[in-house]
Design a protein around this ligand. Structure first.
Ligand code: SOE
Length: 403
């Protein structure tokens, strides 16, 4: 078990990684840690030291499959290991704060999956711990991985260069459809005590961060609607049955869904630019569809995760006769991250965002430079999510149409 070290073992110091959690994000992060040293020349050599999960058999199998040197069943034992320098938290949100604060106190660097936490209070505690740890040279970062696509990184540079001019609009949607079927069981993502919120925290966190990152400024306020379309679901581990002539197979044991299925909100940036956000798990036919468009006085940008090697750019300063959105293939060596990969025209994928995330964190740790997005950035997103839930609960701006 264990993996051949990446990079030149003789001269490149190791950076021992310990990961807590081993499901979808655990697999994606493993791919990133395993690949990054084989693609990028780094000052530190990531070593997949240990992975932690409660099920001993499952975490051992995962360690074998993904090349982790050891398997642990207690995250406290993992952060105590001398061969772990950086703790990567890939668990549901209800354990982010406890693990991150303990890992930082133990002198480890920390990467924490999004959203940073399940509550603002937890995110504040994590941010305070991260600030204290930074004074000891320990870095911390939140895993908003969609910042690390070449196309979104290019979009950020174009906005920062002023190619859009004064921003007027940002409109962004993040749509999935895995909950459309009412028979999907009541997994942890549908329980507030585990996930903190539903589509809002899972998908909405990504698009709030991405919108603020690309705009280069924070949101100032929101007005929101949220909805839970299916309020009870079959408990996991029971045959939910298939659709039959009489509808979903009856299942005597079901539980309450305690999070949102969809969140829609309008918002205003500090500069006065207006924004609209939509996050849903009921957009039938949309599997992992994130689309964002920015409109400024001098131009517009549009990105579609389903065409993630492309960026659409419209230069509004060009004569109207031949202006319009042009499709930039973001695969040139001088585009972000691309010089380490393939020749122009050979695209990347979703998994490469985790390789780039690992690269940027390793460079920050080696350079002693706090990475972005920081825990403070994650806290700001958490505060936007809390404002969305408060607005939706107050329902204050919702005006019924007169009949
Ligand atoms: C939700 O299904 C999910 O896995 C998110 O949790 C991830 O953050 C996103 O990248 C893909 O979809």
């Amino acid at each position: 078990m264990g993996q051949p070290d990446q990079g030149d073992e003789a001269t490149t110091p190791p950076l021992g990684v310990g990961m807590v959690g081993y499901a979808f994000m655990g697999a994606a992060h493993s791919q990133g840690w395993r690949t990054v040293g084989r693609v990028f020349d780094l000052p530190l050599r990531p070593v997949l030291a240990a992975v932690c999960g409660r099920d001993a058999g499952a975490v051992r199998a995962m360690a074998d499959r993904h090349g982790w040197g050891a398997a642990e069943t207690d995250w406290r034992a993992l952060i105590a290991r001398d061969d772990v320098d950086l703790v990567d938290i890939c668990t549901p949100g209800d354990s982010h704060a406890e693990i991150a604060v303990a890992a930082l106190a133990a002198g480890k660097h920390v990467l924490c999956e999004k959203p940073l936490a399940n509550t603002v209070a937890e995110a504040e505690a994590m941010t305070a711990a991260a600030a204290e740890a930074a004074g000891r040279g320990r870095m911390s970062m939140v895993g908003f991985n969609y910042r690390r696509l070449p196309a979104t990184a290019l979009a950020r540079s174009l906005v920062a260069e002023g190619r859009l001019g004064r921003l007027r609009h940002v409109r962004v949607t993040y749509l999935q459809d895995w909950l459309t079927d009412p028979r999907f069981p009541l997994t942890w993502r549908l329980r507030r005590e585990r996930a903190g919120s539903g589509a809002l925290g899972d998908l909405g966190a990504h698009i709030v961060d991405l919108a603020q990152y690309l705009a280069g400024e924070p949101l100032d306020g929101v007005s929101a609607l949220t909805e839970t379309f299916v309020r009870r679901r079959p408990l996991p581990g029971r045959e939910s049955g298939g659709l039959s002539a009489t509808g979903p197979a009856a299942n005597s044991r079901s539980g309450a869904v305690t999070v949102d299925d969809a969140a829609l909100f309008t918002a205003r940036f500090a500069s006065g630019a207006l924004a609209s956000f939509e996050a849903s798990r009921f957009a039938a036919g949309r599997k992992n569809s994130l689309r964002i468009e920015l409109n400024g006085e001098r131009g517009s940008l549009a990105f579609d995760l389903e065409r993630l090697n492309e960026l659409a750019f419209h230069d509004h300063t060009e004569p109207a006769a031949h202006a319009g959105f042009r499709r930039i293939q973001v695969t040139e060596p001088d585009h972000p991250y691309l010089d380490a990969w393939w020749p122009p025209g050979h695209g990347l994928g979703y998994e490469h965002t985790f390789v780039h995330q690992a690269r940027d964190l390793v460079l920050a740790v080696a350079g002693g430079r706090p990475p972005e997005p920081s825990f403070a950035d994650g806290l700001q997103v958490q505060r936007v999510l809390a404002a969305v839930e408060e607005s939706a609960a107050k329902n204050s701006t919702y005006t019924p149409v007169a009949v």
